[in-house]
Design a protein around this ligand. Structure first.
Ligand code: PEP
Length: 259
């Protein structure tokens, strides 16, 4: 599976959209995308709409992923979905360890590690989410928390596998709250993540690593965030449900890269 080129703009549709609504949204994004061909766009619809969205974006360069995966290939795991099932439906990516999964479904850095390995085993590109709570930020524990999440969740990977992982820094206090990290706050953590990657895997792996920011990204804050040196794109939730705002965010990220 080819790694996407930067900037990467990913849309997490969460538990929104019927199959028909998902098809319409994907089709509108495809029409606008022809003017934005240099950004990598990845759509993460709900499981039921993956196939429809995959068919709708086929041939456009837009790619598709899932919002979650289990670490076994098959078996008695009611309600779970496996990497081969996602591949068959047309996924190339999968979000792992989103804060909503951690908060509501008790996922941990250890389940992130298992899911990441399972995704890679099946040639799915994991988008691994990390981020601190507001309490951790207030207690000055942000960098410590980020380091622990990376060390348990992904740094046990060999370098060749790590090079196929996308990291998404999503401060939990910024997700769905309308309160985004300001560009300096985001850059501080992104630069810290890149330094940790350099210490673990070397400078080249760190330079190539894709580190997305997520948390209340909107068309009007995307430019200033994307201008930061270590912000390689966005994982967008709420604003990805509207084709106009999602495409505007992609446009702002491209504009920031051209400066
Ligand atoms: C997300 O779901 O990953 C996210 C960042 O959501 P929002 O953009 O709505 O804050």
């Amino acid at each position: 599976m080819n790694m996407p080129v930067k900037p990467v703009i990913a849309g997490n549709w969460k538990m929104h959209k019927t199959i028909e609504e998902a098809r319409e949204l994907a089709a509108t994004i495809v029409s606008g995308y022809s003017r934005l061909g240099r950004a990598s766009i990845i759509l993460f619809p709900p499981f039921t709409a993956i196939r429809e969205v995959r068919n709708t974006v086929s041939g456009s360069g837009i790619r598709v992923g899932a919002q979650n995966v289990f670490w076994e290939d098959r078996g008695a795991f009611t309600g779970e979905i496996s990497p081969p099932q996602l591949k068959e439906a047309g996924c190339e990516f999968v979000i792992i360890g989103h804060s909503e999964r951690r908060q509501f479904f008790h996922e941990t850095d250890e389940t992130v590690r298992k899911k990441t390995l399972a995704a890679l085993r099946h040639d799915l590109i994991p988008v691994v989410c990390i981020g601190e709570t507001l309490e951790e930020r207030d207690r000055n524990l942000t960098l410590e928390r980020i380091k622990a999440q990376l060390e348990t969740g992904v740094f046990s990977l060999e370098e060749k596998d790590f090079r196929r992982v996308v990291i998404a820094y999503e401060p939990i206090w910024a997700i769905g709250t309308g309160r985004n990290a300001n560009p300096e706050q985001a850059e501080e953590v992104h630069a810290f993540i890149r330094d940790l990657i350099a210490s673990r895997y070397g400078k080249n792996a760190a330079d190539c690593a894709i580190i997305l920011y997520g948390g209340s990204v909107k068309p009007d804050n995307a430019f200033s965030l994307a201008r930061e040196k270590d912000v390689d794109g966005f994982l967008v939730g709420g604003a990805s449900l509207d084709a106009g705002s999602f495409l505007a965010i992609a446009g702002e990220a491209l504009r920031a890269g051209e400066e």
